[in-house]
Design a protein around this ligand. Structure first.
Ligand code: SF4
Length: 712
């Protein structure tokens, strides 16, 4: 082997090898903390990737999924060209078509629906990825439709509602400055690596960690100083028992509550019934452990609770989440260092240290006299507590099927996967009845097979984009490779569609650079090309660190101006089925516990997957080659199930067949299963109306089922 061949084999970047390092960001998981990547490029191809040293969110490290980016971008099932359907919807028969012709057809068909049924008959639906959301949002409104909907109807928005309800703003624990974390239903090490790093960093610096989680996660088993494993759905009872102790023993922050909290008397009266013993009966967690966790929380100052997003994936999830946040409120752990701090929205849910014009960017186009958005009548709290005016997509299928209160006839979809929906086959069936369906994605999915016109989207390696990071950083990437196929980035597709529709919207039609620079103009940055050229993210001149205490000083942006232990919006709505207090409630599931004795949890993250997006990445699939469900060893022994046996999970409406993974990660009586598998879609087991009535969120983590061993 020559010296040059040796250098090439070792992928050494230099002039002789022709290998160059170019910088981009990973776009596989959620948009907030996405990690910096150094892409090694040779002859226009990515031959290796590494995490970027010194990058604010990952400092050189990539998680399992991020490390597989090369296989992700070169996947065989990527969409390669615009296509037009030639078979029946669902058949998957297409022929290639030019971008121009495809855009012309979309504009013609969407305008036809608009003329016949009104603009609201077109729904703009967004799944993954999320970087282009403000642009799709504006496209919907400029078209005249109020129906902009995202997959956040099942993901993160119920958590936002809970924060907004109590504090008027989304907030996050100040993980860098706290000395103790109660991680409640949260598993940052797997689902958000940057957050996980912060939790482990706190622990490494001598901090204390309590984990409360029905799943015995890696975080619980390896790092927790104290671990509580409650039955699914019992968390509010535990939180209320803690509150009762705090109130009755005078351990709460009386001055803080008097000054800043609303509804304390009603709340205190309600939690009175939750003794530690009662919480033990409901949750199976020993009363002494609940008390010990509370003492650790109160004896360390500052301390914070990190409530997981998954807590809202239950039929009483909004109340569970609120009950936990209430502990932060009555202990005075809000808006001071090391506790819960309000966040500012700069771009796509990321806090870059200043308020941008993102909200203004789309809300300024909200159509006058718009009909009610999808889900807004069925879930009024959703509409009242969210500031960015999107529809609740969990009412979409019903709306499509019943055409009430008005018909929906066309869909414009970006990155949508039917398997995010409970009773997923109904979503595909509803698509078949549409007059027109346009779908954009990176990969060929079942939803693509139901579209009339299909557009291939780019990965983060093939586009440039702006990201904002905590610490006031802004990153502006350039593409590191040319499009792998005849694909374009999502915003370019939105821009082309806005132009084809001839919308009266010059800013949207001007494309990404112009509009993102408008959105971020409060940053004070004037030379955007210099930001693109910078080797690492730059600080925005106008960005500031949030000064803890500011929100308390200025008044909270809730209707009462205080932290609401009783939700004033719910008091005003006066719906008997929606209690203003964060009440405890066992499952609303009407399945017979004798026939369906197990509780199924889906959606909790595994290291190698984000929804369905990485199931077809060979490196990642090899870590869990077959869809499998985690069953506690005691349950497995009782049912005669061994590791790797084939089992059937049966719900009231359907069943799937998977492999058994015998693991103490699942509590006795629980089954845990990751979602998104085409061959075993766990969400198909869930009835479409198994929803939290406050938020409309599906009870993904609380569904009755039974397990049957399948004999070979
Ligand atoms: S945590 Fe993993 S998947 Fe998410 S952005 Fe970072 S490397 Fe990518």
């Amino acid at each position: 082997m020559t010296e040059l061949e040796r250098l090439i084999k070792a992928k050494i970047p230099c002039e002789e090898t022709g290998i160059e390092i170019r910088h981009t960001v990973c776009d596989i998981c959620t948009p907030g903390p996405q990690c910096g990547i150094d892409a090694y490029i040779k002859d226009g191809k990515v031959i290796k990737i590494e995490g970027t040293d010194g990058f604010p969110s990952n400092n050189g490290v990539l998680c399992t999924k991020g490390a597989a980016n090369r296989q992700y971008i070169y996947r065989e099932d990527r969409l390669k060209t615009p296509m037009k359907r030639v078979g029946e919807r669902g058949e998957g028969k297409f022929e290639p078509i030019s971008w121009e012709e495809a855009m012309e057809i979309c504009a013609r068909e969407l305008n036809k629906v608009k003329a016949a049924y009104g603009p609201e008959a077109v729904t703009f639906l967004c799944g993954y990825s999320k970087w282009f959301r403000p642009w799709l949002h504006r496209l919907a409104y400029s078209f005249g439709s109020p129906n902009y909907i995202t997959e956040s109807s099942t993901c993160h928005t119920a958590e936002v509602m809970s924060y907004n309800s109590l504090f008027g703003a989304f907030s996050m624990p100040d993980l860098r400055n706290t000395k103790m974390i109660m991680s409640w239903g949260s598993n940052g090490v797997i689902n958000s690596y940057p957050m996980g790093r912060a939790v482990l960093g706190m622990k490494a610096n001598g901090g204390k960690l309590v984990v409360i989680d029905p799943r015995r996660t890696h975080l619980a088993a390896k790092y927790a100083d104290l671990y509580l494993q409650p039955k699914i759905g019992s968390d509010a009872a535990i939180a209320h028992a803690m509150a009762k102790v705090m109130i009755e023993e005078g351990l709460y922050d009386k001055d803080f509550v008097e000054k800043y909290c609303y509804g304390f008397d009603k709340y205190a009266d309600y939690v009175k019934q939750f003794t530690l013993q009662k919480a033990e009966e409901i949750s199976s967690v020993p009363a002494a452990d609940i008390r010990k966790a509370l003492d650790m929380f109160l004896e360390t100052d500052p301390s914070a609770i990190l409530p997981g997003n998954g807590l809202t994936h239950r039929t009483n999830g909004y109340n569970v989440h609120r009950s936990i946040l209430s502990l932060m409120a009555i202990s005075g752990r809000f808006d001071r260092p090391g506790t819960l701090l309000p966040c500012r929205d700069t771009l796509c849910d990321s806090d870059g240290g200043f308020e941008s014009l993102e909200h203004e960017f789309y809300m300024s186009r909200f159509p006058e006299n718009a009909k009610p958005r999808v889900g807004s009548e069925r879930f009024p709290l959703w509409t009242r507590l969210l500031h960015d005016k999107q529809g609740q997509g969990m009412d979409l299928v019903r709306h499509m099927e019943e055409a009430k209160p008005y018909p929906i006839k066309a869909m414009v979809m970006f990155g949508v996967n039917d398997r995010m929906y409970p009773e997923s086959p109904r979503f595909l069936k509803a698509l078949k009845d549409m007059d027109f369906v346009m779908a954009t994605d990176i990969f060929h999915t079942d939803v693509i097979d139901h579209a009339d016109i299909v557009f291939p989207a780019s990965t983060s390696f093939e586009r440039g984009e702006v990201k904002c990071y905590v610490g006031q950083f802004i990153e502006y990437t350039r593409p590191v490779i040319a499009p792998v196929h005849d694909n374009k980035d999502d915003v370019e597709i939105i821009t082309m569609l806005a132009n084809a529709l001839d919308l009266d919207d010059d800013l949207l039609r001007a494309g990404y650079d112009k509009s993102v620079q408008y959105i971020l103009s409060p940053s004070g940055i004037t030379d955007w090309e210099a930001v693109k050229d910078a080797p690492l993210p730059v600080r925005s001149p106008n960005a500031t660190r949030y000064v803890p205490g500011t929100m308390l000083k200025n008044g909270l942006p809730t209707p009462t101006g205080k932290i609401e232990l009783s939700c004033s919006v719910l008091e005003e709505l006066g719906r008997p089925d929606l209690d203003p207090l964060p009440i405890h409630k066992s499952s609303d599931d009407d399945a017979d516990p004798k026939e369906f004795p197990f509780i199924l949890m889906s959606g909790a993250r595994i290291p190698n997957a984000v929804h369905s997006r990485t199931h077809n990445v060979p490196w990642l699939r090899s870590l869990r080659p077959e869809p499998s469900a985690d069953i506690n060893p005691a349950d497995a022994a009782r049912l005669g199930i061994k590791q790797g046996d084939t089992i059937r999970i049966v719900s009231q409406i359907s069943s799937i067949t998977v492999k058994a993974n015998i693991s103490s990660i699942s509590n006795v009586g629980d089954v845990n299963m990751f979602h998104g598998y085409k061959e075993a879609n766990v969400n198909s087991l869930m009835p479409i109306d198994h929803l939290d009535p406050y938020t409309g969120f599906p009870g993904y983590k609380q569904l009755r089922c039974r397990i049957e061993k399948v004999e070979d």
